[in-house]
Design a binder for this molecule. Structure first.
Ligand code: AMP
Length: 397
């Protein structure tokens, strides 16, 4: 267990808190379209307020490229946060992030008051993890708290660099919760333990597949990833997406699963389409016999039944990656059925961020899952089995 905000005394101290306020924005209006990440940060902020800390929040937002970008200002987040907390959140509107406003507001904070810095990615030193920016951030506070799981797989100035100058960092409640759910599932799962992987590319999930095969009882593979495995079995997959370079890897993983006694399930039927389009002509065929001029865009009904029959007995399930092109309603059925199944079963269900999290939330099953991770990339890297850089710098209790 990492040291948390329960292990320190922040009364009267200035506390720099790295949050994950990287919220989705409406492309036209710039409005926040999903406040989940802000809501998830509230328990930590409230605890620090109650304990009399002087709270300096920071975060990145979007892909600001090391320079100010008014479309990616954190001002709307400050406003939303203020509304959710029922308390003023002072916004330091400095393009340099740690500028004159930030320094003044930070020095004038009273116990229990809250401020937010501008988007840390306005500075090139953020992603480059430069000492200069790390030190500027650190100079604002006496204590550092990291509550941003979404960036924990990256060593940047605001989550790792800053700890060089503000030692003895601790994690917040969101980070603690993420690590507990993902960590318990991987290291100490109630069995049967089933992992479901989907999405686009095998190459992004190589280490995850390899590591999970050491841990799970059953590995279910759907989405475009499955076609590389089906092709490795010698099946005709038509125009489906295949990672040609990973066919040997897929063969190795199927052999590894067999050697370890892990059940590896692949789609037995597939919804194939004439083209990659929402209204494409489509039909369902057996997975070992896809027509040469069609491509697989979803799992079929028999596959849903096969996966469901395994999931109803599971006690721990981790899911990362959609079962098909869920952005097209006609090809979202497989993803929807898996989400429904997870909502119904009596198991610890963990959704590993990104697309599967939005699928589950958009379909209205969010509150039926045990845990929906706020970090897609971070949860995947967590499942690779190596400690994330931002966690490595925090001492254990
Ligand atoms: P990832 O980022 O690897 O989790 O992949 C998510 C993306 O995979 C989504 O945008 C899906 O539309 C896409 N995807 C899932 N299944 C398929 C498929 N059968 N063919 C093409 N794309 C797919």
């Amino acid at each position: 267990m990492k040291k948390t905000i329960d292990d320190i005394n922040v009364q009267g101290k200035r506390v720099l808190v790295r949050c994950d306020f990287n919220v989705p924005l409406d492309k036209e209006t710039g409005a926040i379209t999903d406040t989940t990440r802000i809501v998830e940060s509230l328990p930590t902020i409230k605890k620090l307020i109650n304990d009399g800390g002087r709270i300096i929040l920071c975060s990145h937002l979007g892909k600001a490229k090391g320079e100010p970008d008014p479309k990616l200002s954190l001002r709307p987040v400050a406003e939303k946060l203020s509304e959710l907390l029922g308390k003023e959140v002072k916004f330091a509107d400095d393009d340099t992030v740690v500028g004159e406003n930030a320094k003044r507001i930070a020095s004038e904070l009273n116990d229990g008051e809250v401020m937010l810095l501008q988007n840390t990615r306005y500075r090139a030193g953020e992603e480059a993890c430069e000492d200069e920016f790390s030190q500027e951030l650190a100079s604002l506070a006496e204590v550092f708290v990291n509550d941003a799981f979404g960036t924990a797989h990256r060593a940047h100035a605001s989550n790792v660099g800053v700890t060089k100058f503000l030692p003895n960092p601790v994690v917040g409640y969101l980070m603690e919760k993420e690590v507990k759910f993902l960590g318990d599932a991987v290291d100490n799962p109630v069995r049967p333990f089933v992992a479901i992987l989907g999405g686009l590319k095998v190459k992004d999930k190589i280490k995850v597949i390899d590591n999970l095969l050491e841990k799970v009882d059953t590995l279910i593979i759907g989405g475009a990833m499955a076609y590389t495995f089906l092709k490795a079995k010698g099946y005709e997959v038509g125009q489906s997406v295949v990672d040609e370079e990973k066919i040997d890897f897929a063969k190795d993983m199927m052999a590894k699963a067999e050697a370890k006694g892990v059940k590896l399930l692949l789609p037995i039927d597939t919804v194939v389409a004439k083209e990659f389009a929402a209204d494409a002509e489509h039909m369902t065929v057996e997975s070992d016999n896809m027509p040469a001029d069609y491509q697989g865009l979803d799992i079929g009904e028999k596959t849903v039944e096969l996966f469901r029959s395994e999931l109803v007995n599971a006690k721990t399930v981790i899911w990362n990656g959609p079962m098909g092109v869920f952005e097209f309603p006609e090809f979202a059925k497989g993803t929807l059925e898996i989400a429904k199944t997870l909502a119904d079963i009596d198991a610890t269900t963990i959704i590993g961020g990104g697309d599967s999290a939005s699928a589950v939330n958009n379909l209205g099953f969010g509150d039926k899952m045990s845990h929906i991770s706020t970090g897609g990339g971070a949860s995947l890297e967590f499942l690779e089995g190596e400690e994330l850089p931002a966690l490595k710098v925090v001492e254990n209790k």
